[in-house]
Design a protein. Structure first.
Length: 51
């Protein structure tokens, strides 16, 4: 459910650094560890680029 809600938010607001972090946590919680790690890495890269 959390991932579906995040998908809807991205559709409405576009991708954001905060949503990437939330997606990585939701993926981790869903047991999708590899995807969660990749998503978290993208979050870190985006956060560094924004600074």
């Amino acid at each position: 459910r959390a991932l579906a809600a995040l998908d809807r938010l991205v559709e409405q607001q576009g991708e954001s650094v905060a949503l990437r972090l939330l997606r990585s946590r939701a993926l981790w919680k869903a047991g999708r560890k590899d995807e969660a790690r990749l998503c978290f890495k993208r979050y870190l890269d985006a956060r560094r680029a924004a600074q």
